[in-house]
Design a protein around this ligand. Sequence first.
Ligand code: GLC
Length: 742
Amino acid sequence: MRLPFKNNSSLLTLILCLHFLLVSGQKKIPQIKLEKGQTSTEFIEAKIDSIIAVLTLEEKVALTHAQSKFSAKGVARLGIPEVWMSDGPHGVREEISWDAWSEAGWTNDAITAFPALTCLAASFNPKLSRDYGFSLGEEARYREKDILLGPGVNIYRTPMNGRNFEYLGEDPFLASTMVVPYIKGVQENGVAACVKHFALNNQEHWRDKINVEVSDRALYEIYLPAFKAAVQKGNVWSLMGAYNKFRGQYTTHHKILNKILKNDWGFDGVVISDWGSGHSTKEAALYGLDIEMGTGTDGLGTGADNHYEYYYLAKPFLKAIKNGELSEDLVDDKVRRILRLIYRTSLNSNRALGKLNTKEHHEVARKVATDGIVLLKNEDNFFPVKDKKGLKIAVIGENATRDMTRGGGSSQLKPLFEISPLEGLKTRYKNAAIIHTMGYESGASAYDKTLPATLNQDSLYVKAIEVAKKADVVLFIGGLNKSYHQDSEGDDREVFALPYGQEKLLNGINEVNKNVGFLLVTGNAVAMPWISKTKGILQTWYLGSMAGHAIADIVSGDANPSGKLPFSFPKKLTDNAAHSFGEVSYPGDGVNQYYKEDILVGYRWFDTKEIAPQFAFGYGLSYSDFKISNIKIDQKKYRINDKIKVTLDVSNIGSRPGSEVVQVYIGKHKSKVKRALKELKGFSKVYLDKGDKKNTTITIDVSQLAYYNTKISDWSVEKGTYYLYVGNASNNIVKKIKFVLF
Ligand code: GLC
């Protein structure tokens, strides 16, 4: 098309004039001063008001979607910085390319890999959770990230979920208690935590399309509490939606984001989509999504000046506001939340500088690991294994050397180092002889496929038997790994049993050596038909950079195991609640999925259906022995606003210092609604020297006994008789006390 100009120079002059008018027409942020008596929060809100007033509509919309793989725009004109994000829940992910999932290839982004969150949950140690969050937040700050995309708190509903290793187990009270200090620790660094994935993302299979149908009771009593605690107690600054649907609507822009999260709970932070989980401009605009990420994950659009402009909350959103289809108030609320996050992070002049790979961080990682490892079986005091001259220790299994920080999906890491179990054991055992052989090989893993094993499995087997035959002690280090269809994002496990021929290998080893200890490296429960083939079993999780040292600490007895299972181990898969109702319950029919077990998730199911698990929620042994006694509650009758004060003595009657986790469960007797037999309502981890006794108090608000009353769409506390159960595992109750609510 020919323009009506004599020549290019006059066109250029016109463009420059227009540009000048445009820019000069855009207002600057008016200088405002902190007024007398104004709090810093009020001052920031006033600043935000003043900024919104001078932003153009284009600038507002630009804030609400990605500009690259892991960043969103700021407002350069006004000196408002971009928002930079990074995975993940147990370490800061390596730098990713601007427009692609490939690593950016930096040489200064190696970090500390902390234990995965199942291990943190197993520690039952909220104080340690704060140290974990703080150390991780320091590393995110140092890597100049404004949002750390974690923690994940999706409830453990099935042992087949590929991502359970990233989460905090099957119980909403444990997850709620452990997630709050983690978030506070991260955010002390001026980095936003991002609690995820809201909500009902309890499997990876069909995650991007499955529609979850679940009752309001299970939603409010099981699946939402950890998110609610993150918001109301952790004051989390951001939250990530999920891929799946709930009652037919995508959870990333779902009416419960406005109703429950922002209105009922008062969440004042930013809702971020999962990568590619946004599906509609109108829904995203209306139902609470504030920053859309990862929709066009290649970022390199074709035929457009920038693929990011085609995001749902980009040009289509701008157009819909301009033509009056959508109100500008919608973008203003999103912008307000985003600016509030920016003021809490990159514009927070008090925030620290951050630290990376410090000794302290390594010590925290080691402490969480040793505190979270669970001793499941210890026949003939198999563990600890003494480091004595002449002792021959066979270390067999691929997981003795396989790195576990790579793979697993978005939570994968590039650690500065990762001490393998073999390396840790070799460093610790100076006198005993350690003979290692691989035993089995799983094949390398890639994000969406597993590559075949390359070595001859038979010769690995033969070699393993040979080594086992000559050894005094066998440490079998196996389990799962971060390969696809194992403990990994993107899809679920396909079998409940141990993979890669481990059971056959264990049987073979047991033929030639009865002195076998199994170190299970998994983030999930597995079938254990081989349990009689082992004298000792340690659940060792994915432990990150200090894995080998922590494992050696426990195996050698330098540290006394004190972890407790954050989820139940069923004897067989069909004992698990989600697997008791056929495919419609798990994994669904490809379109819909029905959580038919309702509120009876995990031990709630085993208790109420009287099914004996292989190992119970809250279970874990020690190298010492403890006694819980003198258990009392302060009243026999309570009112709704009372607190129940449980006092008890914990004694270390064993031969060495250690910690016990006292657990308090409560159940309603003859309730008028369906209830689990009992639910965890309090716990305390008590450290005791040998011979020590400590009096411990656990206080429980009566309001915590409420159930979600669907008749009034609110919580109700039922009067009448309750039982309070005290023990050191959900299936090991020392005392049951009756009380009444009136
Ligand atoms: C992934 C994950 C999410 C992660 C995000 C960015 O799909 O579901 O947890 O933070 O994308 O990598």
